[in-house]
Design a protein around this ligand. Sequence first.
Ligand SMILES: [Ca+2]
Length: 244
Amino acid sequence: MQRALFSQLGPRAEKGSPLAGLLLRRSRMDRGRVSENVLEKNKTLEAEKIYRILRVIHIVLVLLALILAAVLTVMVLLLPDLQEQNGQLKEMQASNEALREKNRILIKKVPESWIVHNGSLYYFSCVAKSWEDAERSCVSLGSHLTSVTSVSEQEFIYKKANGAGYWMGLNKLKSSDWRWTDGTPYNEKHTNNFWAPNEPNNLGDNERCVQFLKNSIRSWNDNSCFYPAMYICKWDCKASALCP
Ligand SMILES: [Ca+2]
């Protein structure tokens, strides 16, 4: 470039002349200004690049904030449903646990020689106890001393008892009227023919608990509640929803 300038100026700009020195300084100044301009331009481009990156980051952050707000809104709207479903799930778990407990009772009863009859399980004890101790034994097994609610049930039990004395749930311990310990209403009309002849006689004014005693449809006898006798527990299989 210097050489081209010297050639255009001719002999006046020969190397070493004052004019040549002036031109050389001017050329150097021009090149310096060009470098400054390039540097300034590069700085501007770099600043624009950083600005664009910051704008992209800003847009991304705004979008993330909007998405987060939308998710939170949906969660707030769904929260009552989730709470309701959680409540239903807890109820189902409680119901399932109750069924498991009943199943454990059933599994325990079967090997203990419980007998199934018309949707109920009956346990005929091999040991003799007072009426109240017998009832406590039945309760510990999840049942009560048996009630009798039909001719069919009466026939099933007296035939199985075969004339041996077995406590049932009928008693007058807490009332002047006969009551079943499992809460079954006492129906005098339907069970009147189940008493043995001349019973109940309340011998010695001390007979407030009832037992099977005769191998007959008329098998009931009132007896002292302290008398040790075998006993029959009944577990209502139908109410447990475990039996068909
Ligand atoms: Ca009697």
